[in-house]
Design a binder for this molecule. Structure first.
Ligand code: GCB
Length: 618
């Protein structure tokens, strides 16, 4: 089937079956530079495992009813007017919870909870005439139904990407209430699906803000070097509002001596390619960022953007035209020291700071879009980034709604981070089973990434196996290799198969002349548990596994990067072993309490040597 036909078919099926469409209101870019009022802080919450507030006793969704029963319809925030009235909920008298933060790490009783929680926040708002307001939510895992002052704004599906709803004309000077129903139940049709090796942290895990903009405003923009040409910039802007046509937007990058004007078409869109002088290019050695201003009438948006090219040539990854080796580490979005999901700039500084100490110039942000601070801090620190969507293990490849959901999550991620110089790779999947429907699904995701972003590389973490009859020869048998820019694969020789010793005889045979990244390898060790290298779960076993694995993979001629599994121990319900795991995946190089294990120093040494080898070759 031709792709356009495939998409049309999907669309028809979606319309016919009334499958929820995943298209949200278009995302507003660069919230940091906008006029905002934060709604972070204490909220009230009601735990609602049976979804009393959402469905009536006949299973009808209350927010689609003309006259829902106020005694049970939580989003109305109804208060009894007479003592005789039956109202079975009360946000004001309910417990407090912090936003942003997952609920599991805040409340002991919610540690294992998977289901619905209703969040409530009261606030005042002083509006200025002729402005527009939006509520912007950084992420809520997994499904969010959002209501303002008793009215539904919309629903968002997907736990790791931002969304916004327009609320112009709906705000009062006093006593507004925003109610968000967040449901993190796992489901077979979801992305990710029921089975993951990480904690299903629920809640509003990122910032919530009211964004205040002009009637016609710059909603989104893109400023990046043109692919393969380091002396031209591709720029586009998208205005939103009644007067979006035929408007002038000024782009100013004073340090690059750029001032130019773009004029929008009838859709409020304008684009331009500009010739520049030779710039200070962004790289891990010198993460130079330019102050970029976009000005429309009296609004000015500003942010720091780095300029660099990233491309592949044969087996090389070229950053600004020079071959690089990606000295990486995989990271989960978790702060084990505080507990729970990482979300803040400080969290990003801690995690990326550890990576820096390890000698990394690259991080794999596994297995879902991390918060925006990660890519922003990576820009500042000079860390290249692999960003990923949670198409993980076995999902429903034939389910159109599942595909649209994955596509939407990828689109929201790219929309948010397209101006981050640190981000060099979009990854569309992790360890997915090779079969035709899955390959078609992922191929379409790759095409989505390429159509939204022409300047970054695309990859997916694949699987490897040994060749029949030659147990020591390992290869990748996956048609997806043709479609990705970088061949990445996870391998656990010495941990899930054999002992570290077995690495000695393994040879990888990779058929493509493309760069190879080992996107995962590793083994569990309990920090502080010592023994011989033959004793599993000891730091010495993990250390030996690193030594042997690094020697083994170094023999791959196309090897251009590695991101071992993983920076720090992370919570996983799949890890029950008493006294060792206790609910933690122990493959971290650092414990959840922040202590380094022996393998940390093996990798640090390897990266020191790699850095010298690659950087002196030039
Ligand atoms: C993998 C997965 C990762 C797991 C890891 C493990 O292959 O990609 O999510 O956590 O192995 O520890 O088994």
């Amino acid at each position: 089937m031709k792709h356009s036909i495939f998409f049309k078919t999907i669309l028809l099926i979606v319309l016919a079956n009334n499958v929820p469409a995943f298209a949200q209101q278009p995302l507003i870019a660069n919230i940091e530079s906008r006029q905002t009022q934060t709604l972070n802080g204490m909220w009230k919450y009601i735990v609602d495992p049976y979804e009393l507030g959402y469905y009536d006793y006949r299973g009808q969704v209350r927010d689609t009813q003309n006259d829902p029963n106020p005694s049970e319809t939580f989003f109305l925030n109804y208060k009894p007017v007479h003592p005789s009235e039956r109202v079975e909920y009360n946000f004001d008298a309910s417990d407090n919870i912090l936003v942003p933060r997952d609920w599991n790490s805040q409340k002991e009783k919610l540690f294992y909870y998977e289901g619905t929680l209703w969040y409530y926040k009261a606030f005042d708002y002083t509006s200025v005439p002729n402005r527009r307001q939006f509520v912007y939510i950084g992420a809520a895992n997994y499904e969010a139904d959002v209501y303002l002052n008793g009215k539904k704004l919309g629903k968002h599906i997907g736990g790791f990407t931002p969304f916004n709803f327009e609320i112009t004309g709906m705000l009062n000077p006093k006593d507004n209430f925003l109610i968000i129903k967040v449901d993190n139940k796992r489901g077979l049709e979801k992305i990710p699906t029921v089975n993951t090796d990480w904690w299903n942290y629920g809640g509003i895990t990122r910032d919530v803000q009211i964004v205040d903009v002009a009637e016609t405003f710059i909603r989104d923009y893109y400023v990046q070097l043109s692919p393969k040409d380091r002396t031209s910039l591709d720029v586009w802007v998208q205005l939103d509002g009644k007067n979006k046509a035929n408007q002038k937007v000024t782009l100013e990058i004073s340090d690059a001596e750029i001032v130019t004007t773009l004029t929008t078409d009838e859709n409020g869109f304008a684009q331009k390619t500009l010739k520049t002088k030779v710039l200070n290019y962004w790289s891990p050695q010198k993460p130079f960022l330019y102050q970029v201003n976009l000005i429309h009438q009296n609004q000015k948006l500003t942010e720091k953007i780095g300029f660099r090219t990233i491309e592949t040539k044969g087996a090389d990854i070229l950053l600004n035209g020079e071959s690089v080796f990606l000295r990486g580490i995989s990271i989960h979005e978790e702060n084990g020291i505080r507990g729970g999901r990482a979300y803040s700039r400080e969290d990003a500084q801690m995690l990326l700071g550890w990576a820096k100490e390890l000698g990394c110039n690259f991080v794999r942000l596994a297995h879902y879009p991390h918060n925006e601070n990660m890519a922003r801090v990576a820009d500042e620190m000079g860390m290249m980034v692999w960003a990923e969507v949670p198409v993980y293990w076995t999902i429903q490849w034939k389910n159109e709604a599942t595909f649209l959901n994955a596509k939407n999550q990828l689109t929201e991620l790219i929309t948010r981070d397209k101006n981050r110089s640190s981000v060099i790779i979009w990854s569309v999947a992790n360890e997915t089973p090779v079969q035709p429907e899955r390959t078609q699904f992922l191929k379409l995701l790759i095409e989505t990434a390429r159509s939204l972003d022409k300047v970054r590389l695309v990859s997916a973490a694949l699987e490897q196996h040994s060749v029949e009859q030659f147990a020591n020869i390992h290869t990748i048998d996956d048609p997806l290799q043709q479609f990705v820019d970088v061949i990445s694969f996870n391998q656990y020789i010495g941990w899930y198969s054999g002992l570290p010793e077995s690495c000695k005889s393994v040879v990888f045979d990779i058929k493509f002349d493309k760069p190879v990244i080992i996107s995962e390898f590793g083994g569990d060790a309990l920090q502080g548990l010592h023994g011989t290298k033959e004793e599993r779960w000891t730091e010495e076993f993990q250390e030996d596994l690193y030594i042997e694995t690094l020697k083994m993979i170094d023999k791959i001629p196309q090897l251009r990067g590695v991101s071992p599994w993983i920076l720090a121990d992370f919570r996983s319900p799949r890890r029950p072993l008493p006294n060792i795991q206790e609910g933690w995946n122990r493959k971290g190089l650092i414990s959840e309490t922040g202590n380094k294990k022996r393998a940390f120093f093996v990798l640090q040494e390897y990266y020191k040597v790699k850095k010298e080898a690659f950087e002196t070759k030039k």
